[in-house]
Design a protein around this ligand. Structure first.
Ligand SMILES: [Zn+2]
Ligand SMILES: [Zn+2]
Length: 247
């Protein structure tokens, strides 16, 4: 930026702070640094990466530290998702940010959340190796209209762009508008999504290694159902990433 335009943007920022002050939605501090919107830089920097051990396959965090290994469930039966990774547990500032993004419709947070996802999972070579495309978990058309956007698509978009991968939108579709998983008991969540998804153009995913993207992993029922549908439609391998998983 040249000195003249830098000076005029500082004046604009000062005028904005005087006439339209805005505050961090999490800590209520005045947003006075360049580029700050909705939440302050300090709150964003508080997002940490989970350090506990996890299952190499389903990605479920263990209560212990040490080498990642397979959990008893994945040892018993190999799931359709070959690798799933979450950045952290669904609690604290990360949970608050996801709620702001998803339900308060602060779509602008997609960039910060996708960057956090990218950074916290960057070291996981097995997750990124040989991927062909990124797929968001679709919402039913009616739900997407109500919300105004699909949070998984917004994350997938930034993730795909940063990795130089195509984003397959509309290939996996939700054909029935089932009740939201969060409104159901763990037992009902297992069957709620069965038959709710389909692949609209199987030729686009044939023999492809795919990465599913979602915001929260609760029981994993949605991701498992989507992976199963994609594998049946001809995908070679399905992996998944989520911002957070239920503790
Ligand atoms: Zn803050
Ligand atoms: Zn597992």
């Amino acid at each position: 930026m040249n000195p003249k335009s830098h000076a005029s943007s500082s004046i604009l920022k000062t005028l904005e702070l005087i006439f339209f002050p805005s505050y961090c939605k999490l800590c209520h501090k005045l947003l006075d640094s360049p580029g700050e919107t909705v939440v302050c830089r300090t709150c964003l920097e508080e997002l940490k990466f989970h350090r506990a051990s996890y299952c190499l396959c389903c990605g479920k965090f263990f209560d212990t530290y040490g080498q990642p290994h397979l959990c008893y469930k994945c040892l018993e039966k190999k799931p359709d998702i070959s690798i799933h990774r979450s950045c952290h547990l669904y609690r604290g500032k990360l949970k608050d940010l996801i709620l702001l993004f998803k339900y308060q419709k602060y779509k602008v947070l997609r960039k910060e959340l996708a960057a956090y996802m990218n950074k916290s999972l960057a070291h996981d070579e097995a997750l990124w190796w040989n991927l062909d495309a990124v797929l968001p978990i679709p919402l039913h058309k009616k739900r997407e209209r109500q919300r105004g956007f699909n949070q998984s698509f917004e994350l997938a978009l930034f993730l795909g762009e940063s990795k130089g991968l195509p984003i397959l939108q509309g290939v996996l579709v939700k054909k029935t508008n089932v009740p939201p998983q969060t409104s159901l008991t763990a037992e009902k969540r297992k069957t709620n999504n069965q038959g709710a998804y389909e692949v609209s153009c199987p030729e686009k995913i044939k023999d492809q290694v795919l990465l599913l993207v979602d915001d929260v992993y609760t029981t994993g029922a949605t991701l498992k159902e989507c992976a199963s549908v994609l594998m049946k439609a001809g995908a070679r391998e399905v992996r998944a990433v989520t911002l957070a998983q239920a503790p």
